[in-house]
Design a protein around this ligand. Structure first.
Ligand code: FES
Length: 178
């Protein structure tokens, strides 16, 4: 791989972190998931260029890295919104207003399910049961924050919190009910 292209992905900051991760493993190859996670956390997804750079860094054929990226659902090959909102549409949530929540998000964000806002800040989609039907309707933000008994007011608070950089606070709340 061309050195300039490699350096574009593996900035000094990423390289330092990657070296520290690799040092924990007996072989470089064994650190592949951690290195991919590092790259994805930094860029939001793993582009073809990033796959090639990871392959170069680990001394692996690019196809090996590509197979790992496409096998695990926690890796993304396409850009994603910074804040992904997943609205449950299964029975309990559906009966308690999931459609209303979806319509409200469409109106507030100006996008349909599966789309990303023009500024790349938000996307939302509809998912199956999030496993907390007792506090339906539910939604999930990114990969670990849940909001139960969702109302349009709670959505307003959520969107404002994200815009004001308070997503970290939300992360600590984990589940918000009431
Ligand atoms: S049906 Fe929505 S959380 Fe279970």
């Amino acid at each position: 791989m061309d050195k300039n292209n490699f350096d574009k992905i593996f900035t000094p900051e990423i390289k330092t972190k990657a070296d520290a991760l690799v040092a924990k493993y007996e072989t470089k190859r064994a650190a592949i998931l951690m290195i991919l996670r590092l790259v994805q956390d930094h860029y939001g997804y793993i582009s073809h260029e990033a796959e090639a750079a990871v392959a170069h860094y680990l001394g692996l054929p690019p196809i090996d890295v590509h197979e790992v990226v496409t096998f695990y659902t926690l890796f993304y090959s396409e850009p994603r919104a910074k804040t992904q909102i997943h609205v449950c549409r299964t029975l309990a949530c559906s009966l308690l207003g999931a459609d209303k929540i979806t319509r409200y998000l469409e109106e507030k964000l100006g996008v349909k399910p599966g789309e990303i806002t023009a500024d790349g800040q938000f996307s939302f989609d509809q998912v199956e049961c999030l496993g907390a039907c007792e506090i339906a309707p539910m939604l999930q933000v990114n990969e670990g924050q849940y909001i139960g008994c969702v109302t349009t007011k709670k959505i307003d608070v959520l969107l404002d919190d994200v815009k004001n950089g308070k997503l970290e606070t939300l992360k600590k709340q984990k589940i918000t009910v009431g």
